[in-house]
Design a protein around this ligand. Structure first.
Ligand SMILES: *Cc1c(COP(=O)(O)O)cnc(C)c1O
Length: 233
């Protein structure tokens, strides 16, 4: 497919998402809040990323290191802010710390230490979010809610990292009411961390299926893939 034939569906979906965000913000008295639309571009082609970029999207999320590095090299002339949002193993920390602007999936001290160790000074601090296993799923990564404050303390002491907030991926297939409840628990955790003195500004929650509920409960970053780029293969 050519870039032109890819364009229209992406541009249409993107404007729908943007209109929905505006409407939801109005419904929940959040008109004055900045909410970052993170376009999740895993599995998408470079041309697809460029289409969203040319439509004004500046923040993109990637899950797979090799795929992300290839896109970054091809898109080096852009002003994209790259967020790593995939599971993070220790052996990937060096490359992630040297290429990304943000890592949203810090869920243990070991990984935070490695990111800190490998962050090049010249790049400035790496922005990080702590991933919380809010639905308490054995299969999901993320720190338990009860351990969040301890990890905040450890991460905020590490050189080369800037603790920006919390991130969560709740269980799939929840009802609207269940999503609201889970996102509200995240909001409370977030406020608890801020009350404890951590100057966080980012609560990353909500994907294509549940971002309205996330905005209603206080998300400051929503991570949208298929609602922008179409269904993934
Ligand atoms: C894939 C992914 C998303 C986007 O999912 P969609 O349902 O396509 O919007 C958001 N966050 C994370 C962590 C992901 O892995």
């Amino acid at each position: 497919m050519t870039k032109d034939s890819l364009s229209k569906p992406i541009l249409d979906r993107l404007s729908t998402v943007r209109r929905k965000i505006i409407a939801i913000k109005r419904d929940f008295d959040r008109e004055n809040d900045d909410i970052v639309l993170l376009a999740v571009s895993k599995t998408r082609k470079i041309d697809e990323v460029l289409i969203a970029y040319e439509a004004g999207v500046r923040t993109f999320g990637e899950n797979y290191l090799q795929e992300a590095l290839a896109k970054m090299a091809a898109l080096a002339d852009t002003e994209i802010e790259w967020h790593f949002i995939g599971p993070l193993q220790s052996n990937k920390c060096q490359a992630v710390a040297s290429h990304f602007d943000w890592v949203q999936t810090v869920d243990r001290l070991k990984v935070a230490q490695r990111l800190s160790q490998y962050r090049p000074n010249a790049m400035g601090p790496l922005n990080v979010c702590i991933q919380v296993n809010i639905s308490d799923e054995a299969s999901k990564s993320g720190v338990a809610p009860a351990a969040v404050l301890d990890l905040c303390q450890a991460v905020s002491a590490l050189e080369g990292l800037r603790l920006r907030g919390l991130m969560a991926i709740p269980a799939a297939n929840l009802s609207e009411a269940q999503s609201r409840e889970i996102f509200n628990e995240m909001k409370q955790l977030f406020e608890m961390c801020r009350s404890a003195g951590y100057a966080m500004d980012t609560l990353s929650m909500g994907m294509s299926a549940d971002y309205p509920a996330a905005i209603a409960e206080g998300a400051t970053c929503i991570r949208i893939g298929s609602d922008i780029f179409g269904p993934r293969e």
